[in-house]
Design a protein around this ligand. Sequence first.
Ligand SMILES: C[S@@+](CC[C@H](N)C(=O)[O-])C[C@H]1O[C@@H](n2cnc3c(N)ncnc32)[C@H](O)[C@@H]1O
Length: 277
Amino acid sequence: MMSSDKAVTAHYLHGDLLQAIQASITALGKTIENITIEDLAAVDEFHVGGRFATEHLLGQLGFSEQHHILDVGCGLGGAARFVADKYNNHVTGIDLSTEYIETGKSLCDWVRLNNKVSLQQGSATAMPFQQGSFDGGYMLHVGMNIEDKEMLFKEVFRVLRPGSSFGVYDIMRIIDGDLIYPVPWASEKSSSMLATPDQYKEALVDAGLEVIQVNDRHDYALDFFKILREKSAKRVGLPALGLHTLMKETTSTKINNMIDNIKACYIAPVEIIVRKN
Ligand SMILES: C[S@@+](CC[C@H](N)C(=O)[O-])C[C@H]1O[C@@H](n2cnc3c(N)ncnc32)[C@H](O)[C@@H]1O
């Protein structure tokens, strides 16, 4: 494994994640027999806007029942389970983190989706899949950890079939300025691999993909966080299950720093929809 990959897995390492999620489920008053993918969305959709943002991206991708879909940097596989359930198709997720993949497999078992969702440890820049294996795909908040975007999108191009749609939803650099760290994807500047929408577009086009649509989700992100704040002001303490289950005591610092960086317009979540012709 490359040293940058080791740094990424160390950044996301929890150490006792499955047990932590199980304890949260008990605190929620549920069991692993009756937990649903909706309950799990609080912890397994690790990107700005959570499940709502996933649905927004999916609305532009035209996936269907016959498709085999790729989730690049799938984390715990929350979006992969949602897609497989929504379209009744098969989704394969790949992620560097062995802990996320192993935990994600247990979550698939709990919600009985292990026959439709396959999660596999591996790198997005050297995927263990044959060319033309997938009919579509997406990546949610992954590119901020990958310096070599050209290699990443060449791999995406290689494993997609002609006619496939692919959705990128990443935090991107908008204007120059010093970001405040830590943020959810990086503890410090040296491990944050942000790129501008133009740099993404160039890497995508160089890989052979056609850019169909670019959506800056800056205002959406700030509205989303405002609603979250209003909800949490009405509640005593933290919800049983949430991103704090993943990021532990660093959660509020990382999320608040990210919001401040978005408010300063230095960064924003951006969607880019591409197609392999
Ligand atoms: C912020 S999390 C998002 C996880 C998931 N996409 C989601 O939205 O819930 C970023 C994920 O990207 C994964 N990742 C980063 N670099 C990667 C690489 N080179 N190959 C595969 N996965 C990678 C990390 O391990 C982590 O799970």
